[in-house]
Design a protein around this ligand. Structure first.
Ligand code: ADP
Ligand code: MG
Length: 237
């Protein structure tokens, strides 16, 4: 895997937030390569820069300094139109609190995402994959947290994104439901070959990954290869 060309490469990327007199260095000069098809978990305590890093990877935020390459293309030099296309076509994003559209049904939320790309997966297939075909006509408010998160994953996965980025996807869920979400993410990784990046403060989730990145105070402290990733059902927290 490591000998392949990286799908994504961050080169000395930093991000500062300036608020009046105060500057927060959310991400110090950080370099990282993410390989096609891998499942990577980014770990670190709250405030360590995980979301900042993920937002930059997903083209939702721009680095203050440094470069971001996707399939060899320097996205930190790209214009807004190219970045929009990157977010729309190459990236699927899953948030801790789902961010579904409340007046669309589960199915309509997924269909809306499918319309954004030229070659989506069939909506029925994805709804079946996430186990929600029977709840497809329900609105988010009629679904449990775990079900809403599965809709959010279906919405991201239907685009067949090369990169599936998940920010604390199990953070609002109980352990059993969280495990089901992790199982779904690892199935999408294997079945569709999407590169999956999961950000979490929960270190045991790292046992699922092929590689883990540990962050602290805006820096990568360690990158570790996991020779035998565990299946989600064997992970306890
Ligand atoms: P994590 O996701 O690991 O909890 P974040 O990336 O959200 O950490 O935040 C890293 C640091 O950057 C924190 O100190 C946070 O307060 C700060 N930060 C993040 N986003 C912003 C923002 N939009 N404006 C100001 N400070 C921010
Ligand atoms: Mg965060």
């Amino acid at each position: 895997m490591m000998s392949k060309m990286p799908l994504l490469r961050l080169q000395q990327v930093s991000r500062r937030f300036v608020m009046g007199e105060v500057t927060v260095q959310a991400l110090k000069e950080t370099s990282l390569e993410i390989y096609p098809g891998e499942l990577l978990v980014i770990l670190g305590p709250s405030g360590s820069g995980k979301s900042t890093l993920l937002n930059i990877i997903g083209g939702m935020d721009a680095p203050s300094t440094g470069d971001l390459f996707f399939a060899g293309e320097n996205l930190s030099r790209a214009n807004e139109a190219r970045l929009t296309r990157y977010r729309r076509e190459q990236v699927g994003f899953v948030f801790q609190f789902y961010n579904l559209i409340s007046d669309l049904t589960a199915r309509e939320n997924v269909e809306l995402a499918a319309h954004l790309v030229t070659d989506p997966l069939p909506v029925d297939e994805v709804l079946r994959e996430v186990g929600l075909i029977n709840r497809q006509h329900h609105f988010p408010s009629q679904l449990s947290g775990g079900e809403q998160q599965r809709v959010a994953i279906a919405r991201a996965a239907v685009k067949k994104p090369q990169l599936l980025l998940c920010d604390e996807p199990t953070g609002a869920l109980d352990q059993q439901t969280g495990r089901r979400i992790l199982d779904l993410l690892s199935r999408i990784n294997r079945r569709y070959g999407s590169t999956v990046v999961i950000v979490t403060h929960n270190t045991v989730i790292g046992r699922l990954a092929q590689r883990t990145v540990r962050m602290g105070s805006g820096s990568i402290l360690e990158i570790a290869v996991n020779p035998s990733p565990l299946p989600p059902e064997r992970i306890d927290w």
